[in-house]
Design a protein around this ligand. Sequence first.
Ligand SMILES: Cc1cc2nc3c(=O)[nH]c(=O)nc-3n(C[C@H](O)[C@H](O)[C@H](O)COP(=O)(O)OP(=O)(O)OC[C@H]3O[C@@H](n4cnc5c(N)ncnc54)[C@H](O)[C@@H]3O)c2cc1C
Length: 413
Amino acid sequence: MIFRRKKERIVKEVTILGAGYAGLRALRALQEKQGSFHITLVDQNDYHYEATCLHEVAAGTQPKEKITFPIKDVVKGSTTFIQDCVQAIDTEKQEITLANNAPLHYDYLIVSLGFRSETFGIPGAKEDALQMVNIETAEKIHQHILAMMAKYKETKDKNYLKLVVCGAGFTGIELVGSLVEARPRYAKIAGVQPEEIEIYCVEAAPSILPMFNDDLTNYCLSYLDKWQVKLMTGKAIKAIKPNTVVYQDGKEDTDLAELQAATIIWTTGVSGSEVITKSGFSERRGRVMVNEDLTDPNHANVYLIGDVSAVMDKESNRPYPTTAQIATKMGAHAGENILRQLAGQAPTPFTYQSQGSVASIGNTHAFGVVGKGSKPMKGYPASVVKKMIENKSLLELGGFKEVMAKGRFDLYH
Ligand SMILES: Cc1cc2nc3c(=O)[nH]c(=O)nc-3n(C[C@H](O)[C@H](O)[C@H](O)COP(=O)(O)OP(=O)(O)OC[C@H]3O[C@@H](n4cnc5c(N)ncnc54)[C@H](O)[C@@H]3O)c2cc1C
């Protein structure tokens, strides 16, 4: 599609798919400059959500309104926003198929469609466990937990009081922390003492959070222990059946045991959007190994950023972990590279230096490493840093208005 303005200037069409961390940061970079281009932003929702806080909505410790803001608040100038679901991308025709609107043509494309839950083909994981991938699924988890507590009150069946988190990675541990925080409220509904609500976390690896040093991991473990969380490491999940986790409990594949619970939440890992898989990109688990400038190896006008891309860390010789932090940096870089291409210049390579990572366990406890030197931090100071990171991200994507409305200022506890 070629748009012609009054002076017959040829206007290039820049399309951004996905208004998450990567997409909104790219939008900001592009909107900051004026030129012969028009931007179309597509998202299935009319709001942006902070995916890093989904566990809080799932546990019910934050309402969805606290971690969302309307996309229209950040759409400026002549940018068009289309609320629709992207079905597929045809990189040869330079066309995007949408569920409810006519196909879109692009000259430059930014694909930032984010993550989906990875079940690794484990039977029943998709059907019989609750997923936590967006606002809708996070709210579903919360409503489910409340309904199970009410059922316990009615039936006195203890399985209704059991909450199982599958996976003790960053997301699983953060979710466990929020469930612990919400436990007194659940207990009130069920009519029991908070400690009667049993929280399990089942993990295949022999230990948790290998990216942190022993001191930080032990800090986390000591709290899980204090909160009577039943951490089951070295237990590979083999199947999920209705209200049942089947796991390996011994050396042989056939040494199986079952854990019964009415709430089973799946957080073992993520892969990139299925649109990537369906659209014929050269991908693995929904992620494309992009060029140094973040473009698709086969198309210099297609950028893949955030959780749909893999960028090699030359130091470790492994791709960087997919995080909101790197997604935001990629967004800024992709936006700037398209501006360079529009000006007839070559795009530049993306460089990245992690600023660290901090995991929260509930609202008032956190631990992790911060700054370029990866300085270890735990407890109250780490929890303040975590909230400041979230506020900074909100400022970058939504501006001052959203920070004032949705920011985390409950720093003293
Ligand atoms: C509970 C949890 C805690 C986390 N904690 C941290 C943390 O502390 N620090 C950190 O750095 N990272 C964290 N992460 C990871 C981080 O959230 C992701 O890496 C990040 O969200 C990726 O950003 P993105 O822009 O690529 O995708 P997303 O944020 O997932 O955005 C994708 C966007 O695309 C839209 N979309 C998807 N499919 C379609 C479609 N077919 N059509 C139209 N629109 C579509 C979605 O609505 C969404 O707006 C956490 C993740 C989770 C789940």
